[in-house]
Ligand binder design. Structure first.
Ligand code: DWN
Length: 409
């Protein structure tokens, strides 16, 4: 393979070839169909540092721009999650009024919107997508409309100060020039500074066969091993971890500049667990490939059979669904429409497979027999909402690890 590991420049091993994929969040008008962009999506892993990564990534400017379709504010449970982390920052790190907190990829608010609400004025959000940047600015958050790298980091130090806390929630995995980002984090942090990062956890993706976490925006899916390798390379100390249920299984990484902070039991537990898995060579990655193929056959058969007799709709026009629908060749023959509450997605069509996306009113007026959970990672929130608002009289289904009905209310 001509592309080398983005961390250590070693050779990459192919894990799964998902075939042609469109831009995961590029929801289309009918007039865009003939000009749609596709790339080949191949998941790989580095045999040396175990960084799981896409072989090819479309130009980031095609993904993050003035019409970025995803707004984090659409999920109440994620808002609660952001608010809780903001409390933790005050309680655990005793933020002083001048302690700068920087958050990258803060989208339409993120954690720093809660810091701002608590009058912590030394905050800064950085996001390359103009529309979500504008949303944050409207809320009175201090913002920079940039991609984060060593140059942005230098600019922040020059214009503001070094940072006490650097946050990246579901963002680090999106940035292919990872070396420049780590350089930027290292040079931005104070000597007692902490970097807190969350992303989908690789071993959840492998075990749950949640291959839909893999799409253009997720250039990397981190494990403790690969994150630890990156931190070591930049003189940073990954000393603690917190396993999270968000987004179907995520890991929060606590990284200090202070190298003498001891590793916690949590760190040792996950680090050793992964070491044991890797002692069997590439077996977990080979199994993942086979499981993806099995899952594809299983979902396709299930949907083909059910769609003969029933109307199926999908709940949540997610980036994840772009991977599923394109990998499994699912279109309006199986899924009649998708419902979503995000204004930028409504009345558009899904990338690649061109399934129409309608608003919530349409959903309530055109109840499907079966509802596919495109936003399965928000199933708790969705079930609570739908239990009170909407009786499906039918069934909810998911694809992971196998296609199945999951009516549990
Ligand atoms: O990393 C990323 C994650 C955090 O968010 C990004 N690369 C992009 C995005 O991924 P996604 O599109 O797969 O994210 P979600 O959070 O699974 O998207 C949920 C979608 O479902 C949104 O479009 C909003 C919609 N939704 C809805 O219509 N009704 C969500 C909920 C909870 C609802 O009740």
């Amino acid at each position: 393979m001509s592309v080398k590991c983005r961390n250590c420049n070693f050779e990459l091993i192919e894990v799964v070839d998902f075939g042609k994929m469109p831009i995961s969040n590029a929801f289309l008008d009918r007039s865009d169909f003939s000009n749609e962009y596709f790339y080949n999506m191949t998941a790989t892993v580095c045999k040396n540092c175990y960084l799981f990564q896409l072989l090819e990534q479309p130009d980031p400017k095609m993904l993050f721009h003035e019409n970025y379709a995803f707004f984090a504010g659409t999920s109440n449970s994620m808002q609660k999650h952001f608010s809780e982390l903001s409390d933790e920052l005050f309680n655990k790190y005793q933020l002083k009024k001048d302690d700068l907190v920087v958050e990258i990829g803060c989208n339409d608010g993120g954690v720093i919107s809660y810091l701002k609400d608590k009058n912590h004025f030394a905050h800064l959000g950085v996001d390359p997508s103009k529309n979500v940047y504008e949303k944050s600015k409207e809320k009175g958050i201090n913002m920079m409309n940039k991609f984060f790298d060593i140059n942005t980091s230098n600019e922040i130090v020059k214009e503001k100060s070094k940072a006490k806390i650097f946050i990246s929630l579901n963002t680090l995995a999106h940035i292919s020039n990872i070396n420049s980002v780590f350089e930027g984090i290292e040079s931005l942090l104070n000597d007692d500074g902490v970097f807190i990062s969350e992303d989908p956890y690789l071993f959840d993706v492998l075990e749950k066969v949640s291959y839909d976490q893999i799409y253009d925006e997720h250039v990397f899916i981190f494990s403790v091993t690969s994150m630890n390798n990156l931190c070591n390379k930049y003189g940073l100390n990954l000393y603690d971890l917190k396993y999270l249920n968000t987004h179907g299984g995520s890991m929060r990484y606590y990284v200090s500049k202070n190298k003498s902070l001891p590793k916690t039991n949590n760190f040792n537990y996950f680090f050793n667990k992964e070491k044991n898995i890797h002692s069997e060579g590439m077996r977990c990655y080979d199994n993942f490939n086979l499981n993806c193929i099995k899952s594809k056959t299983n979902l396709t058969n299930f949907l083909n059979e059910q769609s003969n007799k029933k109307v199926i709709a999908s709940y949540g026009a997610t980036s994840k669904s772009t991977t599923i629908f394109n990998y499994c060749n699912i279109n309006t023959n199986q899924i009649k429409y998708i419902t979503d509450t995000t204004p930028t997605k409504i009345n558009k069509f899904s990338p690649g497979t061109h399934i129409p996306i309608y608003d919530y009113d349409y959903f309530t007026n055109n109840k499907p027999d079966i509802c596919f959970l495109g936003a399965w990672n928000h199933s708790n929130e969705i079930f609570i909402k739908e239990k009170n608002n909407f009786s499906l009289n039918g069934k909810w289904m998911t694809h992971t690890p196998d296609a199945m009905f999951i009516n549990d209310f």
